[in-house]
Write a protein that binds this ligand. Structure first.
Ligand code: 1CP
Length: 351
């Protein structure tokens, strides 16, 4: 006899349903603010060692779910595994973040090819294990989210060689040599779509595309380097898996947000904390389910500051399809007690 299907609230919201208690998860919900994560990290020796160890990645993905029973688990990996799949060397230097061999110009694109795609196999294995693990541990209403970076955001790391404040080389390249830059974007579209399709086949039930640095683009560039490649990825994924919901997160999109929502083909949109709630409820949420947008610093601060900020989000976005989340990732110094308090507020329990 087939087991009874437990409804997954997040998937329902992405189909346009509405709940009095909204489903929730938090960007970067697995990670350094959790002592159990820090313990495993010390044992494994680093981020990449954990991300490419399917058992460790599964364990880390489940850690926040055991504490807080979020409505979604996001697979523990990183957006920078796609450059690795194209043959670009990546390491994480403690305290400094990611380091890649920077691409200097179009000639360097010859060094890239997706013949290295197999390096991603452990991610698919981790998704498989996590899907089974969620079921085994009784989290049957928790959906598993797979993800990738949007081409623009991933390209900034490939060209700058790591994190950047102004994306100097990437923006300059995109203006000086748009054909060469387009060739890099095409490569990223191809590999990212293939990667997301395989994540669905490995057990992901929804996908998120992180365009964390789309805010660096002027409106014409935004259309070319954020909207167009994202739209193409979504078309390719939907051609194979038409029912898998895809959330776009164009951080810093500002005035470009509406266009992004209308043109990319996404099923839900992640909103950053800089976007006014009344604008979101009257101009965005009328078009598409929204996810967001508590300031991670309100969560870091905790106490009544957190209560007020969270209630503001809840009150503004109730009554239409809504997934509670943060406007960006959890800060590593966040006390887990603050997260517990936030979960109570979202559920309407007294704190
Ligand atoms: O332990 C550590 O020091 C590693 C820190 C860490 C973690 C926990 C990195 C390095 N990546 C991750 C996991 C990760 N990254 C996840 C899965 C876990 C979860 O969300 O619970 C996800 C979805 C990401 C996505 C990611 N990586 C983004 C997009 C989201 C965002 O925050 O904007 C970006 C930009 C990255 C790049 C990255 N990975 C790690 C670092 C230090 C950076 C650079 C960030 C920067 O340039 O500011």
């Amino acid at each position: 006899m087939a087991g009874e299907m437990v409804p997954k609230k997040i998937l329902k919201v992405l189909q346009g349903e509405c709940f009095d208690v909204p489903p929730f998860w938090f960007m970067r919900q697995a990670g350094r603010y959790l002592p159990e994560y820090r313990e495993l990290r010390a044992e494994k020796g680093g981020f990449l060692a954990m991300a490419f160890d399917p058992k460790a990645a599964c364990e880390i993905t489940l850690q926040p779910i055991r504490r807080f029973q979020m409505d979604a688990a996001i697979i523990f990996s990183d957006i920078l595994v796609v450059p690795m799949a194209l043959g670009q060397h990546l390491e994480f230097v403690a305290g400094e973040g990611p380091k890649l061999e920077a691409l200097a110009d179009t000639q360097d694109l010859c060094r890239l090819s997706d013949k290295h795609f197999d390096v991603l196999d452990p991610v698919f294995e981790a998704l498989n294990l996590t899907r089974a693990g969620l079921k085994q541990e009784g989290f049957e209403s928790t959906a598993l989210i797979g993800f990738a970076g949007a081409p623009w955001t991933v390209a900034t790391y490939m060209i700058e060689g790591g994190s950047s404040k102004d994306f100097y080389k990437t923006r300059l390249w995109s203006y000086r040599d748009p054909e060469g830059f387009q060739a890099l974007m095409d490569m990223l579209v191809e590999t990212t779509a293939r990667y997301l399709i395989k994540q669905v086949e490995a057990g992901a039930e929804a996908l998120q595309i992180f365009d964390s640095w789309s805010g660096a683009l002027d409106p014409i560039s935004f259309e070319k380097w954020s909207i167009a490649p994202t739209k193409e990825i979504i078309a390719r994924v939907k051609a194979v898996h038409p029912d898998v919901p895809i959330i776009g997160f164009p951080k810093g999109a500002g005035h470009n947000l509406e266009k992004y929502v209308c043109e990319t083909g996404i099923d839900g949109v992640g909103i950053d904390q800089f976007t006014p709630l009344d604008y979101v409820s009257s101009n965005i949420q009328t078009k598409i389910p929204v996810q967001g947008n508590l300031d991670p610093f309100a969560l870091l601060a905790g106490g009544e500051t957190l209560d007020r900020a969270a209630k503001e989000v809840l009150d503004s976005l109730k009554g239409r399809p809504f997934i509670f989340n943060l406007g960006h990732g959890i800060n590593k110094d966040t006390p887990p007690e603050n997260v517990e308090r936030l979960v109570k507020i979202i559920r309407g329990e007294s704190v």
